[in-house]
Write a protein that binds this ligand. Structure first.
Ligand code: PMP
Length: 402
């Protein structure tokens, strides 16, 4: 075994010191071990990737006649055909979009980083749901910004609390995942969307509406995008991605931006990576041209909906007496709160010993964690595996509670 001697200390930027490295990460590395049934990651089911359609699409854009373009440098804004197809789809989903409003990004994660670059200076405040998507918190903290948690309940973020915190902190932005939130699976109610838009208008608050999961709905009616509601529409950067509906390995996301922001975001992207992979964009545009997207989504919804039902049915017999959990209408996650006195991070090693994993909720909180919470993803495993995983989890909780 070779042991590399420590080198000289590198002059790493101060902003990295503010970005917490979670102790949970080391534990989660163990969840990659073979044999572990993991409900930890938000991974789409690999058997549902349209690998046949995608491989045909890649092959076609690499054929003579297309390859010269697919393998060349391209524009920062993104493949025009892909932007047109994404804009069409957003229109069908109730978010009318001009292709010129879209900047294609390397996953929606890059859109978060670019927005942070354009908006946030060290010390700036950004309002976030409490809890919030962990990697968004990291992107904001990397800019030196300070996330300010906003209270949330079963109906999502509280607009009155947003208004109060705007007055108190003068934030540059609000970041929300209004539909099938990560990590809680909650959806902002229609009434609250309207109230939030009114607060945004009154206080001139700009928002990021991050919507990776909206197409994965298993019950209820489609939600109204914040980006269409007057008051919010003019001030909202709407993000989404093909990661959950096609495949995360494509790294195709986008930001739909109000006109004045196109140029600064494009410049930020130029500086970051010139443009997203030309070949991946071309193949994705070709795939979208050929796939029956509604049929593909119906299949995802049927399979994921059944997996959600299996998990929800088994949870009461799995969790310790007095636990609470929600019943999300879509997305990938169930949010659990253990009874008083239990700590989800402390119990995780017992779960891993029994070859099952979840993510403790603590790292998703910007300031004060609730140690009793945890997130379970129901999309990666089939119902039989979910059953086995829940049995193992029940044993882990039994062991932890004596
Ligand atoms: N936003 C949220 C809320 C997410 O859950 C994720 C993925 N887990 C992303 C953004 C980033 O996704 P991607 O970069 O793959 O588009």
């Amino acid at each position: 075994m070779s042991v590399t001697p420590p080198g000289p200390e590198a002059p790493v930027a101060a902003r990295l010191r503010g970005v917490a490295s979670s102790p949970v990460r080391d534990l989660l590395a163990l969840t990659e071990k073979p044999g572990i049934l993991s409900f930890a990651g938000g991974l789409p089911a690999p058997e549902l990737f349209d690998h046949v359609g995608l491989s045909a699409a890649f092959q076609s854009v690499l054929e003579k006649g297309s390859a010269g373009r697919s393998l060349q440098y391209s524009t920062t804004e993104g493949d025009p055909e892909l932007r047109r197809r994404v804009a069409d789809r957003l229109g069908v989903r109730g978010l009318p979009t001009d292709p010129d409003d879209l900047l294609i990004t390397s996953g929606s994660q890059q859109a978060l980083t670019l927005i942070a670059t354009v908006f946030l200076e060290p010390g700036d405040r950004i309002l976030v749901e409490d809890p919030s998507y962990l990697a968004a918190l990291q992107a904001f903290q990397m800019s030196g910004a300070v996330p300010i948690p906003v209270p949330c309940d079963e109906d999502g973020i509280d607009p009155a609390a947003v208004e109060r915190l705007v007055a108190e902190h003068r934030p540059k932005l609000l970041y929300v995942v209004p539909t099938f939130h990560n990590p809680t699976g909650r959806t902002l109610s229609e009434a609250r969307r309207v109230e939030l838009a009114a607060v945004m208008e009154r206080t001139n608050l700009w928002a990021i509406e991050d919507d990776p999961y909206g197409e994965l709905r298993y019950a209820g009616e489609p939600s109204t995008p914040l980006a269409t509601i007057p008051g919010a529409a003019e001030r909202t950067l709407a993000l989404s991605t093909l990661s959950k509906v096609a495949a995360p390995g494509l790294r195709i996301g986008w930001v739909r931006c109000p006109p004045g922001l196109r140029r600064p975001l494009t410049i930020a992207k130029q500086a970051a990576d010139l443009h997203s992979s030309t070949i991946d964009q071309a193949a994705t545009a070709r795939w979208l041209a050929h796939v029956d997207l509604d049929a593909h989504l119906d299949r995802l919804r049927t399979v994921y909906g059944a997996r959600r039902d299996t998990m929800l049915e088994l949870l009461p017999g799995t969790l310790p007496e007095g636990s609470e959990f929600n019943r999300p209408d879509g997305g990938m996650f169930v949010w659990v709160r253990l009874p008083e006195g239990l700590d989800a991070t402390a119990i995780l090693p017992f779960a891993i010993e029994r070859h099952v994993a979840y993510v403790p909720g603590a790292p998703f909180y910007a300031t004060t964690p609730d140690p009793r919470t945890l997130r379970l993803s129901f999309t990666t495993h089939d119902p039989a595996e979910i059953r086995t995983g829940m049995e193992r989890l029940r044993e882990a909780f039994r062991h932890a509670t004596g």
